[in-house]
Ligand binder design. Structure first.
Ligand SMILES: Cc1cc2nc3c(=O)[nH]c(=O)nc-3n(C[C@H](O)[C@H](O)[C@H](O)COP(=O)(O)OP(=O)(O)OC[C@H]3O[C@@H](n4cnc5c(N)ncnc54)[C@H](O)[C@@H]3O)c2cc1C
Length: 269
């Protein structure tokens, strides 16, 4: 529960409301983490919130977080300047199954800020590219100016990951796909029984994506999702993030869709 002090080493504005911060420990070693894990982060004495680690697990000297400013705590984090000290607890939670799925085709489906929790998994897949079959990223944003990590989206195909991007709406200068990200699933070449899916985004997006993947033969037990719920302790004590029989901070945030779909069908659970 004891927070560690991390200093802001650099900040980058990704979109109108989203920043990427690189943090360095004030003392002690860098934070080792697995792709999919999160920290409990707080700036300026504001509230503490769960934020996924978005950096490369193989080069963890700096702790990287990509944060969308939606309320008081995230606004304080996004406003932090180089040199400012943030409080960090963690890393917490389980990981995307990047080792378990060696040999499979992998399709990553994500929307908006959901690409941040998946970036460490994508970097891990690309680092060991030869261990996997076909790699595809299907990424949706609200508009072209809301897309994250655009320079990397352009580089990943050369490293062996096919990338398809769609936006909900765009002006005439946009020559890519327009429409929700689940439509890309219908267009993609997917060999269902060989494929594992990794999903992160708004819950409604994940529900439609899981259904579209099931229609392409990717079963719910081969579809993994990262769940978001309000969290306070991060270590399974307070119960804020309970979903049915599971505490997301302790048992998640990554689950097989087959473990959750029944619970998510229950209104207001
Ligand atoms: C495991 C996990 C990983 C996360 N990773 C990231 C990340 O990498 N980057 C990032 O920007 N955000 C991430 N979030 C969401 C982030 O924790 C919330 O945006 C944050 O708690 C909002 O706090 P606030 O005080 O700024 O806003 P609040 O005032 O608490 O809320 C502002 C708005 O955001 C909504 N909201 C609050 N908490 C959540 C939540 N947990 N999930 C969805 N909506 C929420 C509220 O309903 C409200 O509409 C993650 C959440 C979890 C559980």
């Amino acid at each position: 529960m004891t927070p560690a002090a991390f200093a802001v080493a650099s900040t980058r504005r990704d979109t109108a409301d989203t920043w990427t911060l690189e943090l360095e420990p004030r003392r002690g070693p860098a934070l080792e983490f697995a792709p999919g894990q999160f920290t409990m982060l707080s700036a300026g004495g504001g509230g503490e919130v769960p934020i996924s680690i978005s950096g490369d697990p193989a080069t963890a000297a700096r702790l990287v977080h990509t944060v969308r400013a939606v309320g008081l705590a995230t606004q304080a984090i996004c406003a932090a300047q180089p040199g400012e000290v943030l409080s960090v607890r963690g890393p917490f939670g389980n990981a995307w199954p990047v080792d378990e799925i060696a040999g499979a085709d992998v399709v990553v489906v994500t929307g908006g800020i959901g690409l941040a929790p998946l970036r460490p998994a994508i970097l891990a897949l690309l680092r060991d590219r030869e261990r996997y079959g076909r790699l595809q990223l299907l990424y949706g944003g609200r508009s072209p100016d809301q897309l994250l990590y655009e320079p990397e989206l352009a580089q990943w195909p050369a490293r062996g990951m096919e990338v398809a991007v769609t936006v909900d709406s765009a002006g005439p200068e946009w020559i890519g796909h327009v429409g929700v990200v689940t439509r890309l699933i219908g267009r993609a070449e997917i060999d269902g029984p060989r494929t594992v899916a990794l999903l992160c985004g708004p819950e409604v997006m994940m529900r439609f994506a899981a259904a579209a993947l099931a229609a392409r033969g990717v079963g719910a037990e081969r579809t993994y999702v990262s769940m978001e719920r309000n969290m306070q302790c991060g270590i399974g004590h307070c119960g804020h993030c309970q979903l049915g029989p599971t505490l997301i901070c302790r048992d998640g945030p990554v689950y097989r869709w087959s473990e959750l779909e029944g619970w998510l069908g229950i209104r207001e659970l």
